[in-house]
Design a protein around this ligand. Structure first.
Ligand code: NDP
Ligand SMILES: O=C(O)C1=N[C@H](C(=O)O)C[C@H](O)C1
Length: 282
């Protein structure tokens, strides 16, 4: 019986890494479930907080795990909230040590997506641009609305607006791109993905999805899908109040990969949050 999950956090000094550390360490997080033990808090070697206690960095009490650039040989699962340029090293370390992985980092290149698909042949990996329950539910709803409206008389224009904090490095958000992918699949046929508009663009076509990335203050993440028809519209809005929805979703994914305390860990495969939340198509 494995009642403790040995967790390594990659990007542990970052905004998200700190919340994962804090929630994983919280005594009352997910009672009656396996507890997390943070065995490694990993960041890059030049991070100014290198060597400090990861709990103190996260604003909670001392954890006796220091921020380090070294990979542990023993961990049950890794949660990654880092940068695209840091992800390849993380995947390689997980492959080397055979550690299941939750990938939350966004802004990945096509080559990195292929690398994840390849790694998923030998490791169980959950990869999702949003670990939030509300966002994943909204993705399902957005696809359903698209299916219902795609042949409506007069047509429907679908645009995706996302708002994030001023520190965000990638645009549009990974979540906006995933919304677009699911909506395009529900629209069917050839779909053009249009990122912002400027100048004499001509009239909007029927088969495009527009994306608009807004960067303001400390917004922890908000997505609005506009379904505009002639005479009425629907706006599906999903907004985080703070980062804990993502951190707790990543911990749920880690727990799901490790199995229900009876040794039945997930087999190798590239999974997503729909799988974790029991909302997959299959
Ligand atoms: N899937 C989801 O639900 C969510 C995904 N995200 C994504 O997670 C990622 C992180 O977001 P956020 O926490 O806000 O970003 P931060 O920049 O705050 O955190 C990233 C951390 O990774 C560190 N880092 C940089 N290079 C390396 C390296 N080579 N090895 C290890 N660590 C490194 C950074 O250090 P330094 O500061 O010195 O660069 C920083 O501490 C982003 O891609 C974001 O889009 C965010 C929220 C939710
Ligand atoms: O950088 C962030 O903060 C977030 N990034 C993710 C994304 O790009 O979709 C998820 C969330 O919206 C917060």
């Amino acid at each position: 019986m494995n009642s403790t999950i040995k967790l390594a956090v990659h990007g542990a000094a970052g905004r998200m890494g700190q919340r994962v550390v804090a929630l994983a360490a919280a005594e009352d997080h997910a009672p009656r479930q396996s507890r997390f033990q943070i065995v490694a808090a990993i960041d890059h070697p030049d991070h100014p907080k290198m060597g400090q206690d990861a709990g103190l960095v996260a604003g909670i009490g001392e954890l006796n795990t220091t921020l380090s650039a070294t990979w542990p040989s023993e961990a049950d699962v890794v949660i990654d909230f880092s940068l695209p340029e840091a992800l390849d090293g993380c995947v390689d370390a997980c492959l080397k040590h055979g550690i299941p992985l939750v990938v939350a980092t966004t802004g990945l290149s096509d080559a990195q997506k292929e690398k994840l698909a390849e790694a998923g042949k030998s490791l169980p990996i959950v990869w999702a641009p949003s670990m939030s329950l509300a966002v994943n539910l909204s993705m399902r709803i957005a696809a359903q609305i698209t299916t219902a409206l795609k042949d409506v008389a007069g047509g429907v224009d679908i645009e995706i607006l996302e708002r994030h904090h001023r520190f965000k490095a990638d645009a549009p958000s990974g979540t906006a791109l995933k919304f677009g992918e699911l909506i395009a699949s529900a629209m069917g046929g050839e779909v053009d993905h249009i990122h912002g508009r400027e100048g004499h663009t001509g009239q909007r076509t029927r088969n495009e999805i527009g994306y608009h990335a807004i960067r303001v203050g400390d917004n922890p993440g908000e997505h609005t899908i506009v379904f505009g028809m002639l005479g009425e519209r629907i706006e599906l809005n999903v907004a985080a109040s703070n980062r804990d929805c993502y951190a707790s979703g990543a911990l749920a994914a880690a727990r799901w990969l490790c199995g229900p305390s009876d040794g039945t860990a997930k087999p190798a495969g590239l999974y997503n949050m729909f799988d974790v939340l029991g909302m997959s198509d299959e």
